[in-house]
Design a protein around this ligand. Structure first.
Ligand code: PEP
Ligand code: MG
Length: 321
């Protein structure tokens, strides 16, 4: 089986009827690049930069960040690397950031919300990204966006960082693709409005599910209610993909759902362009995709969207297995 999976490494993820999707890896830092490539990752769909901040006594400097991002880009040899800006808060507390204690941290001051309130912290990262962008195909992605103003503000700071670097005669990337994560139902519902501001979307299904069904993703008492296949979740995903495609913007997914063999045929049928997962899941995902018909998957996906509950969705999907 190992040999078979190794053979898959350099093959594309194409269905039997010729539909090609991108299989990417989620990473926590440059040391995860080698296993990603070994498993056949065509891109990095999510670089979680918070580890760079969590492993430190103080915020990493611009130079430290630049070196880490550059190493990841060089390792990927021109393939796309989606770098997510700092996503802390929620369950990820960082002592030196002096974060307030909140009653509902997952509904609180986290991710891009915090970064927009702390431009001096955020700008260091944005500057490092512009500089690193000279060394490969860097795409910036903002997490936990809930409205259009946040996207505009984040982009404003991003371009301000570029102007600062240019004024200092520092080399910067000519262009960076800009994307946002869709993790909140409110954002999913206004993708048609957000599309004009961004180049791409990536669905953060871990959070999108949690916020859609109102179930803490870590709470074991209600784990049975955390349902990726809840038709409400599926309808949101379908809306995101359709609205983005209408404006020629690509949609990926970088939550656990993207690497789940039960969900992949459904996501393929809904038209997802890119699947980003832990490196070890890529070979099996590719093998599955190569056995599927996209036409069949979209017919089944339509039935899943009309279902009343997750169990019914699961029954529809069993037809494809
Ligand atoms: C997600 O929410 O799906 C996601 C990829 O982000 P994280 O798991 O880091 O919150
Ligand atoms: Mg998330």
């Amino acid at each position: 089986v190992r040999a078979e999976l190794a053979l898959l490494k350099d093959q594309a993820a194409v269905t039997i009827d010729g539909c090609c999707v991108e299989l990417a890896a989620n990473i926590g830092g440059p040391r995860d690049i080698a296993p990603a490539l070994a498993n056949g990752a065509e891109a990095i769909g999510l670089y979680r930069t918070e580890f760079l901040f969590m492993d430190h006594e103080a915020a990493p400097t611009e130079e430290e960040q630049y070196q880490a991002y550059k190493a990841a880009l060089e390792g990927m040899q021109g393939r796309a690397v989606v770098i997510r800006t700092l996503d802390v808060g929620g369950d990820k507390q960082i002592a030196y950031l002096d974060m307030p204690k909140e009653d509902n941290p997952f509904l609180g001051w986290r991710a891009v919300r915090m970064c927009l309130d702390r431009p001096e912290l955020f700008k260091v990262q944005l500057r490092a990204l512009w500089r690193a962008g000279c060394h490969g195909n860097l795409k910036v992605m903002f997490p936990m966006v809930s409205n259009l103003a946040e996207v505009k503000q984040a982009k404003h700071l991003l371009f301000q960082a570029r102007e600062e670097l240019l004024a200092e005669d520092r080399p910067v990337a000519r262009k960076l693709q800009i994307g946002i994560m869709i993790e909140l139902p409110a954002a999913a519902l206004i993708v048609d409005q957000l599309a004009s501001e961004v180049d791409f979307f990536s669905i953060g299904s871990n959070d999108l599910i949690q916020y859609t069904v109102g179930v803490d993703r870590m709470n074991e008492n209600i784990a049975h209610l955390y349902q990726p296949l809840h038709p409400g979740v599926l309808r949101l995903i379908a809306m995101v993909i359709d609205a983005a495609h209408r404006q020629d913007k690509s949609v990926g997914m970088c939550g656990e759902m993207a690497g789940d063999l039960t969900c992949i045929p459904l996501l393929l049928g809904l038209g997802l362009d890119e699947f980003s997962m832990s490196a070890g899941s890529i070979p099996q995902a590719k093998k599955l995709i190569q056995s599927l018909s996209a036409t069949e998957c979209s017919k089944v996906a339509a039935k899943c969207l009309a279902a009343g509950e997750a169990d019914e969705v699961r029954k529809q999907l069993a037809v494809l297995a």
